[in-house]
Design a protein around this ligand. Structure first.
Ligand SMILES: *Cc1c(COP(=O)(O)O)cnc(C)c1O
Length: 392
């Protein structure tokens, strides 16, 4: 038996940190790391962004929690702003990505129940998908290892091939209610849905009266250089879920929908104790201040191009370890590895650089959106040193 009293769900690195500032983290032993993981895309504004710290501290001195039995004006404000900036008319706030997806799945079922088609309850999902760790979302997602030992599996999911519209069409039946897709898959290997595929999904959903639901838990909130990744394809979904970057490190997620669909929820049909509490709302509003500031998306696109150019350059210098084509969009980047990706991650860590893995032996980079070109240059230098150390 290990001497930890934690359930051993994670094979953790023997590394802990005392504080962070922007893209920098300081370990307990004083070593500094340049963080290109941002808590798996969560710390979108970097660690301890002063605007977020200020918003959280100000709210902490006023009111922490209330329950959704009362009006929460900060919730109204964040919902207003999210809807003004997107396709959505209504928002339900939760605390995690999986909960936002559960909300979307429940909403789809109830929508068809109320519109006289209760037989429509199944959802088409994709290979490589990741939607969370609840009993339903481990089945919606495609990792066999996430489902192992949890039988019987929640029913109601049919799996199509990502970027293959015929495979989606072939699965549509009288029980199909919705299509759920990540416009850019994160855990699944940083794979982008083709814009033409997204448009074909929209057309197919319209043709068959299905709901198109996008999981932007990871790719939303400016990560790809637009507020939401589906915007790159010019379509709008019926339902969107998001989390990770939305709270900048404070647990916050949302399920957003058009009026037509959101109408299915009335008082008592769904709920949450913690979702949308004043602390989360204060931080969410502060994150949105930065995300929607003029020029911020331009910054994300510019710095992303700079990082991508540098990585392409490294791929030419170290073809035995990494290669093009780079995957992803904006600051959601997948770098194909030829050495086991975990070895590269470890070498990077030894050189003071934190990066992630994803499926398909991908090195995944999800830096804070506020990263500067100068910090990108430092990251590239560290990665070069790490790759040099592997060659030796
Ligand atoms: C991280 C993630 C989730 C799950 O979010 P949790 O907050 O861990 O529940 C769901 N979908 C996608 C696309 C994710 O990246």
């Amino acid at each position: 038996m290990s001497d930890s009293h934690l359930m051993s769900t994670y094979a953790r690195q023997p590394l802990s940190f005392s504080h962070g500032n922007g893209v920098w983290l300081t370990a307990e032993d004083g070593r500094r790391y340049l963080d290109l993981t941002a808590g798996i895309g969560v710390n979108a504004m970097g660690h301890c962004h002063p605007h977020l710290v200020e918003a959280l501290n100000r709210q902490a001195g006023k009111l922490w929690h209330l329950s959704n039995l009362y009006e929460i004006p900060q919730q109204e404000r964040l919902a207003d702003r999210l809807c003004a900036a997107s396709f959505a008319d209504r928002v339900f706030f939760t605390n995690s990505g999986a909960e936002a997806n559960e909300t979307a799945l429940k909403l789809a079922r109830r929508h068809f129940d109320l519109t006289g088609q209760p037989e429509r309850w199944r959802t088409i999902v994709f290979d490589g998908a990741f939607h969370g760790r609840t009993l339903a979302t481990i089945v919606a997602g495609d990792g066999e290892k996430y489902r192992e030992g949890y039988a019987p599996h929640a029913p109601g999911f049919d799996r199509a091939q990502f970027n293959d519209i015929d495979s989606v069409r072939a699965l549509i039946g009288p029980e199909t209610a919705a299509i759920l897709i990540e416009p850019v898959q994160g855990e699944g290997g940083v794979r982008c849905a083709d814009p033409a595929f997204m448009r074909a999904l929209r057309a197919l959903a319209d043709e068959h009266g299905l709901l198109l639901m996008v999981d932007e838990v990871q790719c939303g909130n400016g990560r790809t250089g637009k507020l939401y990744a589906h915007e790159w394809s010019g379509i709008t979904p019926d339902v969107l879920t998001t989390a990770k970057g939305l709270g900048g490190g404070f647990p916050l997620s949302a399920c957003m929908a058009t009026e037509r669909v959101a109408n299915a929820f009335g008082p008592g049909n769904h709920g949450t104790t913690f979702g949308g509490n004043p602390l989360a709302m204060a931080v969410g509003n502060a994150v949105l201040d930065i995300l929607t500031a003029p020029g911020f998306m331009d910054h994300v696109c510019t710095v992303a191009e700079h990082l991508r150019a540098g990585l392409s350059n490294l791929a030419t210098r170290y073809p035995q370890h990494i290669s093009e084509p780079l995957r992803g969009l904006g600051l959601m980047i997948g770098l194909p590895a030829h050495t086991p990706n975990t070895r590269i991650v470890q070498a990077c860590q030894d050189h003071g650089l934190m990066v992630l893995t994803a499926r398909d032996n991908i090195i995944r980079l999800l830096p804070a959106l506020v990263i500067t070109p100068a910090e990108v240059d430092q990251a590239l230098q560290k990665m070069a040193a790490a790759l040099d150390s592997l060659a030796a």
